[in-house]
Write a protein that binds this ligand. Structure first.
Ligand SMILES: Nc1ncnc2c1ncn2[C@@H]1O[C@H](COP(=O)(O)OP(=O)(O)OP(=O)(O)O)[C@@H](O)[C@H]1O
Ligand SMILES: [Mg+2]
Length: 241
Protein backbone atom coordinates (compact mmCIF):
# COMPACT_ATOMS: atom_id res chain seq x y z
CA UNK A 1 0.00 0.00 0.00
CA UNK A 2 1.16 3.53 -0.79
CA UNK A 3 -0.53 6.59 0.72
CA UNK A 4 0.26 10.21 -0.14
CA UNK A 5 -1.56 12.92 1.79
CA UNK A 6 -1.24 16.56 0.73
CA UNK A 7 2.30 16.10 -0.57
CA UNK A 8 4.11 19.11 -2.05
CA UNK A 9 7.67 19.64 -3.26
CA UNK A 10 9.32 22.70 -4.75
CA UNK A 11 12.74 23.25 -6.27
CA UNK A 12 14.82 26.44 -6.46
CA UNK A 13 13.60 27.94 -3.18
CA UNK A 14 9.95 27.50 -4.08
CA UNK A 15 10.14 28.96 -7.58
CA UNK A 16 9.44 25.60 -9.27
CA UNK A 17 6.46 23.78 -7.74
CA UNK A 18 7.14 20.24 -8.99
CA UNK A 19 4.47 18.46 -6.90
CA UNK A 20 1.47 20.40 -5.63
CA UNK A 21 -0.79 19.05 -2.86
CA UNK A 22 -0.86 15.47 -4.10
CA UNK A 23 -3.20 12.99 -2.39
CA UNK A 24 -3.57 9.42 -3.60
CA UNK A 25 -3.69 5.84 -2.36
CA UNK A 26 -2.54 2.68 -4.08
CA UNK A 27 -4.00 -0.48 -2.53
CA UNK A 28 -2.16 -3.79 -2.09
CA UNK A 29 -2.55 -5.95 -5.18
CA UNK A 30 -2.92 -2.91 -7.40
CA UNK A 31 -0.91 -1.75 -10.41
CA UNK A 32 -1.02 2.04 -10.50
CA UNK A 33 0.15 3.82 -13.65
CA UNK A 34 1.34 7.40 -13.33
CA UNK A 35 1.06 9.46 -16.51
CA UNK A 36 1.84 13.07 -17.33
CA UNK A 37 3.64 15.31 -19.80
CA UNK A 38 7.41 15.89 -19.52
CA UNK A 39 8.18 17.91 -16.41
CA UNK A 40 4.77 17.18 -14.85
CA UNK A 41 6.25 15.90 -11.57
CA UNK A 42 6.28 12.10 -11.99
CA UNK A 43 9.94 11.51 -11.13
CA UNK A 44 9.77 14.00 -8.26
CA UNK A 45 6.74 12.15 -6.81
CA UNK A 46 8.57 8.84 -7.16
CA UNK A 47 11.71 10.18 -5.46
CA UNK A 48 9.50 11.41 -2.60
CA UNK A 49 7.89 7.96 -2.21
CA UNK A 50 11.24 6.18 -2.09
CA UNK A 51 12.73 8.74 0.29
CA UNK A 52 15.34 10.25 -2.06
CA UNK A 53 13.68 13.66 -1.57
CA UNK A 54 11.89 15.05 1.47
CA UNK A 55 8.49 16.70 0.89
CA UNK A 56 7.98 20.37 1.86
CA UNK A 57 4.54 19.37 3.15
CA UNK A 58 2.37 16.27 3.50
CA UNK A 59 2.86 12.70 4.64
CA UNK A 60 3.83 9.56 2.75
CA UNK A 61 3.22 6.03 4.01
CA UNK A 62 4.53 2.86 2.44
CA UNK A 63 2.94 -0.36 3.70
CA UNK A 64 1.61 1.71 6.59
CA UNK A 65 5.06 3.06 7.54
CA UNK A 66 5.61 6.83 7.59
CA UNK A 67 8.76 7.28 5.50
CA UNK A 68 9.82 10.37 7.44
CA UNK A 69 9.41 8.71 10.86
CA UNK A 70 10.93 5.34 9.98
CA UNK A 71 12.80 5.62 6.67
CA UNK A 72 14.78 2.38 7.04
CA UNK A 73 11.66 0.29 7.74
CA UNK A 74 9.89 1.91 4.76
CA UNK A 75 12.86 1.33 2.47
CA UNK A 76 13.22 -2.29 3.56
CA UNK A 77 9.79 -3.13 2.09
CA UNK A 78 10.29 -1.10 -1.10
CA UNK A 79 12.41 -1.47 -4.22
CA UNK A 80 12.91 1.20 -6.84
CA UNK A 81 13.92 1.29 -10.49
CA UNK A 82 15.12 4.81 -11.40
CA UNK A 83 14.55 6.47 -14.77
CA UNK A 84 18.21 6.05 -15.74
CA UNK A 85 20.00 2.77 -15.02
CA UNK A 86 22.62 4.24 -12.69
CA UNK A 87 24.46 1.33 -11.07
CA UNK A 88 27.80 0.53 -9.51
CA UNK A 89 29.58 0.26 -12.85
CA UNK A 90 32.71 -1.46 -11.56
CA UNK A 91 30.84 -4.35 -9.96
CA UNK A 92 30.00 -7.37 -12.05
CA UNK A 93 26.30 -8.05 -12.54
CA UNK A 94 26.49 -10.91 -10.03
CA UNK A 95 28.37 -8.84 -7.44
CA UNK A 96 25.71 -6.14 -7.75
CA UNK A 97 22.85 -8.61 -7.29
CA UNK A 98 24.56 -10.16 -4.27
CA UNK A 99 25.13 -6.71 -2.82
CA UNK A 100 21.41 -5.97 -3.11
CA UNK A 101 20.66 -9.42 -1.66
CA UNK A 102 22.88 -8.56 1.36
CA UNK A 103 21.30 -5.12 1.84
CA UNK A 104 17.78 -6.61 1.89
CA UNK A 105 18.83 -9.75 3.80
CA UNK A 106 17.68 -12.26 1.18
CA UNK A 107 18.71 -15.78 2.39
CA UNK A 108 21.45 -17.41 0.29
CA UNK A 109 19.55 -20.39 -1.15
CA UNK A 110 16.49 -18.32 -2.02
CA UNK A 111 18.74 -15.63 -3.49
CA UNK A 112 20.51 -18.07 -5.80
CA UNK A 113 17.21 -19.55 -6.93
CA UNK A 114 15.71 -16.14 -7.73
CA UNK A 115 18.84 -14.78 -9.42
CA UNK A 116 19.12 -17.84 -11.66
CA UNK A 117 15.45 -17.64 -12.60
CA UNK A 118 15.47 -13.93 -13.46
CA UNK A 119 18.80 -14.07 -15.33
CA UNK A 120 17.34 -16.85 -17.44
CA UNK A 121 14.10 -14.96 -18.11
CA UNK A 122 15.87 -11.71 -19.03
CA UNK A 123 18.58 -13.53 -21.01
CA UNK A 124 21.47 -12.16 -18.93
CA UNK A 125 23.11 -15.39 -17.71
CA UNK A 126 26.02 -15.16 -20.16
CA UNK A 127 26.92 -11.55 -19.23
CA UNK A 128 26.38 -11.49 -15.49
CA UNK A 129 30.02 -12.27 -14.58
CA UNK A 130 31.21 -9.13 -16.45
CA UNK A 131 31.45 -5.58 -15.07
CA UNK A 132 28.25 -3.58 -15.44
CA UNK A 133 30.15 -0.82 -17.27
CA UNK A 134 30.50 -3.23 -20.22
CA UNK A 135 26.69 -3.70 -20.42
CA UNK A 136 24.42 -2.08 -23.02
CA UNK A 137 21.69 0.31 -21.86
CA UNK A 138 19.07 -2.45 -22.07
CA UNK A 139 21.28 -4.88 -20.13
CA UNK A 140 21.78 -2.30 -17.37
CA UNK A 141 18.04 -1.73 -17.24
CA UNK A 142 17.48 -5.47 -16.91
CA UNK A 143 20.04 -5.97 -14.13
CA UNK A 144 18.35 -3.16 -12.16
CA UNK A 145 14.96 -4.79 -12.70
CA UNK A 146 16.31 -8.10 -11.43
CA UNK A 147 17.80 -6.31 -8.42
CA UNK A 148 14.38 -4.77 -7.72
CA UNK A 149 12.71 -8.19 -7.93
CA UNK A 150 15.30 -10.02 -5.85
CA UNK A 151 14.04 -9.03 -2.38
CA UNK A 152 10.41 -9.92 -3.36
CA UNK A 153 9.38 -6.53 -1.94
CA UNK A 154 5.90 -5.53 -0.73
CA UNK A 155 6.07 -2.36 -2.81
CA UNK A 156 7.76 -1.75 -6.18
CA UNK A 157 8.26 1.73 -7.60
CA UNK A 158 9.35 1.93 -11.23
CA UNK A 159 10.17 5.12 -13.16
CA UNK A 160 9.61 4.47 -16.87
CA UNK A 161 10.69 0.82 -16.60
CA UNK A 162 10.11 -0.09 -20.27
CA UNK A 163 12.62 2.39 -21.70
CA UNK A 164 15.39 0.54 -23.53
CA UNK A 165 13.82 -2.92 -23.22
CA UNK A 166 13.30 -5.05 -26.33
CA UNK A 167 9.84 -6.47 -27.03
CA UNK A 168 10.51 -9.82 -25.36
CA UNK A 169 11.97 -8.26 -22.20
CA UNK A 170 9.11 -5.73 -22.05
CA UNK A 171 6.71 -8.66 -22.28
CA UNK A 172 8.43 -10.47 -19.37
CA UNK A 173 8.46 -7.23 -17.46
CA UNK A 174 4.68 -6.86 -17.79
CA UNK A 175 4.17 -10.50 -16.71
CA UNK A 176 6.39 -9.87 -13.71
CA UNK A 177 4.41 -6.73 -12.79
CA UNK A 178 1.16 -8.71 -12.90
CA UNK A 179 2.64 -11.57 -10.85
CA UNK A 180 3.91 -9.12 -8.23
CA UNK A 181 0.43 -7.70 -7.73
CA UNK A 182 -1.33 -11.08 -7.94
CA UNK A 183 0.78 -12.03 -4.90
CA UNK A 184 -0.60 -9.02 -2.98
CA UNK A 185 2.25 -6.62 -3.76
CA UNK A 186 1.73 -2.96 -4.65
CA UNK A 187 3.20 -1.51 -7.84
CA UNK A 188 3.50 2.13 -8.82
CA UNK A 189 5.09 3.04 -12.14
CA UNK A 190 5.38 6.00 -14.46
CA UNK A 191 5.20 5.66 -18.21
CA UNK A 192 4.70 7.60 -21.43
CA UNK A 193 3.41 4.49 -23.22
CA UNK A 194 -0.37 4.75 -23.28
CA UNK A 195 -0.97 1.17 -24.46
CA UNK A 196 1.04 -0.19 -21.53
CA UNK A 197 -0.97 1.87 -19.07
CA UNK A 198 -4.22 0.92 -20.78
CA UNK A 199 -3.51 -2.82 -20.73
CA UNK A 200 -1.68 -3.18 -17.44
CA UNK A 201 -3.05 -0.77 -14.87
CA UNK A 202 -5.83 -1.33 -12.38
CA UNK A 203 -5.89 2.42 -11.86
CA UNK A 204 -4.28 5.39 -13.55
CA UNK A 205 -3.32 8.84 -12.30
CA UNK A 206 -2.63 11.80 -14.57
CA UNK A 207 -0.40 14.57 -13.23
CA UNK A 208 0.05 17.92 -14.95
CA UNK A 209 2.17 20.80 -13.63
CA UNK A 210 2.44 19.09 -10.27
CA UNK A 211 -1.28 18.55 -9.76
CA UNK A 212 -3.20 15.29 -9.98
CA UNK A 213 -5.80 16.23 -12.59
CA UNK A 214 -7.52 12.84 -12.89
CA UNK A 215 -7.32 9.38 -11.38
CA UNK A 216 -9.31 6.18 -11.40
CA UNK A 217 -9.86 3.07 -13.47
CA UNK A 218 -9.77 3.39 -17.24
CA UNK A 219 -13.59 3.24 -17.20
CA UNK A 220 -13.73 6.04 -14.65
CA UNK A 221 -11.39 8.19 -16.74
CA UNK A 222 -13.52 7.49 -19.79
CA UNK A 223 -16.57 8.66 -17.87
CA UNK A 224 -14.88 12.06 -17.33
CA UNK A 225 -14.32 12.44 -21.06
CA UNK A 226 -16.30 10.35 -23.52
CA UNK A 227 -17.36 6.67 -23.59
CA UNK A 228 -15.11 4.33 -25.53
CA UNK A 229 -12.28 6.82 -25.95
CA UNK A 230 -8.66 5.68 -26.01
CA UNK A 231 -6.44 6.60 -23.08
CA UNK A 232 -4.32 8.62 -25.51
CA UNK A 233 -7.29 10.83 -26.42
CA UNK A 234 -8.27 11.24 -22.77
CA UNK A 235 -4.68 12.12 -21.88
CA UNK A 236 -4.35 14.66 -24.69
CA UNK A 237 -7.63 16.36 -23.83
CA UNK A 238 -7.01 16.49 -20.08
CA UNK A 239 -3.46 17.83 -20.43
CA UNK A 240 -4.20 20.31 -23.24
CA UNK A 241 -2.58 23.76 -22.80
N1 LIG B 1 16.83 18.96 -9.60
C1 LIG B 1 15.94 19.86 -10.02
N2 LIG B 1 16.13 21.18 -9.86
C2 LIG B 1 15.21 22.09 -10.25
N3 LIG B 1 14.05 21.77 -10.85
C3 LIG B 1 13.81 20.48 -11.06
C4 LIG B 1 14.72 19.45 -10.64
N4 LIG B 1 14.19 18.24 -10.98
C5 LIG B 1 13.01 18.50 -11.57
N5 LIG B 1 12.76 19.82 -11.62
C6 LIG B 1 11.57 20.47 -12.17
O1 LIG B 1 10.44 19.92 -11.50
C7 LIG B 1 9.39 19.69 -12.40
C8 LIG B 1 8.98 18.24 -12.40
O2 LIG B 1 10.06 17.45 -12.91
P1 LIG B 1 10.02 15.85 -12.93
O3 LIG B 1 11.39 15.38 -13.29
O4 LIG B 1 9.45 15.38 -11.65
O5 LIG B 1 9.00 15.57 -14.13
P2 LIG B 1 8.60 14.22 -14.89
O6 LIG B 1 7.11 14.18 -14.89
O7 LIG B 1 9.32 13.07 -14.30
O8 LIG B 1 9.10 14.51 -16.38
P3 LIG B 1 9.65 13.50 -17.54
O9 LIG B 1 8.42 12.95 -18.22
O10 LIG B 1 10.39 14.41 -18.44
O11 LIG B 1 10.49 12.47 -16.89
C9 LIG B 1 9.85 20.22 -13.77
O12 LIG B 1 9.40 21.56 -13.90
C10 LIG B 1 11.37 20.19 -13.63
O13 LIG B 1 11.94 21.15 -14.45
MG1 LIG C 1 10.66 11.67 -15.08
Amino acid sequence: MIELQGVSKSYNSGRVKAVDDLTLTVQPGEIFGFLGPNGAGKTTTIKLIVGLLLPDAGTIRVDGIDIRKDPIAAKSVTTYVPDTPAVYERLTGLEYLNFIGDVYGVPKAERLRRIEKWLEIFDLSAAVANPIQSFSHGMKQKIILIAALLPAPRVMILDEPMVGLDARSAHHMKEMMRAHCAGGGTLFFSTHIMEVAEKLCDRIGIIDRGRLIAHGTLEELRAIEREGQSLEKIFLELTAE
